[in-house]
Design a protein around this ligand. Structure first.
Ligand code: PGA
Length: 253
């Protein structure tokens, strides 16, 4: 069976003191069954050394982006070799904020995903449609194109280290969550895509998590959906509400 997965994407938030307080007051007090659920949080790069030394052992670490280039003369970048060397297991790639503000195309996201997987990192690969896509009936076409660009770069085996995060762009940071039915419809589409494009193993084993204004109020209803295996949480991951979201996933369907 698929283990539930909850990611906390802290984005470019928090001073070091705020991150320390979040770790001490929320993250290190999380209680969950690691046989049933995996939890990973993604602080900014600069906070990682402190976080890594002080976080409870059941919570894993992720970074929010990695470089399209390897180690070398690439000013301002952090490469997947360095991430691996530092002992960070997870990378979030293809987040809509990276696509929207930093020009990441489907092709770039596919290439970054391969670089990370080639270093044995695990990837939360984000896909999702904009409001205009949804309103014009393009949701599944957009998602299919985003997934195809990743497929193009990966071997079938590498999919075992991918968690797909469905994050409708219109729901991110807006307070507008996809309804459980809307989320399930897209999650089922993604699962069908995994079956037809990658294989039954990937269909059955790949976690498909939902992101977009997940809160302690809607998590329990969302997790009841059969193809929804957890959450990628932004705003609520910076608050005590994160503990309630983890608890909802730990309780499960
Ligand atoms: P949000 O962000 O929970 O604040 O909507 C989710 C995300 O961007 O991953």
């Amino acid at each position: 069976m698929r283990r539930y997965f909850v990611g906390g994407n802290w984005k470019c938030n928090n001073t070091l003191a705020q991150t320390q307080s979040l770790i001490n007051s929320v993250i290190n007090k999380l209680v969950f069954d690691t046989n049933k659920i995996e939890v990973a949080v993604a602080p900014i790069f600069l906070h990682l050394p402190w976080v890594q030394a002080n976080i409870q052992k059941n919570v894993q670490l992720a970074i929010q982006n990695s470089s399209l280039t390897k180690m070398g003369a690439y000013t301002g970048e952090i490469s997947v070799e360095q991430v691996k060397d530092f002992g960070i297991p997870w990378v979030i790639l293809g987040h809509s904020e990276r696509r929207q503000f930093y020009g990441e195309t489907n092709e770039i996201v596919g290439k970054k995903t391969r670089l990370a997987l080639d270093q044995q990192l695990s990837v939360m690969a984000c896909v999702g449609e904009k409001l205009a896509d949804r309103e014009s009936g393009q949701t599944t076409n957009v998602i299919q194109a985003q997934l195809a660009a990743i497929k193009k770069e990966l071997t079938i085996e590498q999919w075992s280290k991918v968690v797909v995060a469905y994050e409708p762009v219109w729901a991110i940071g807006t307070g507008k969550t996809a309804s459980p039915e809307q989320a399930q419809e897209v999650h089922a589409f993604i699962r069908g895509w995994l079956k037809s494009q990658i294989g039954t193993q990937a269909e059955q084993a790949t976690r498909i998590i939902y992101g977009g204004s997940v809160t302690e109020k809607n998590a329990a209803d969302l997790i009841k959906q059969p193809d929804l295996d957890g959450f990628l949480v932004g705003g609520a991951a910076l608050k005590p509400a994160f503990a309630d979201i983890v608890a909802a996933a730990n309780k499960g369907r």
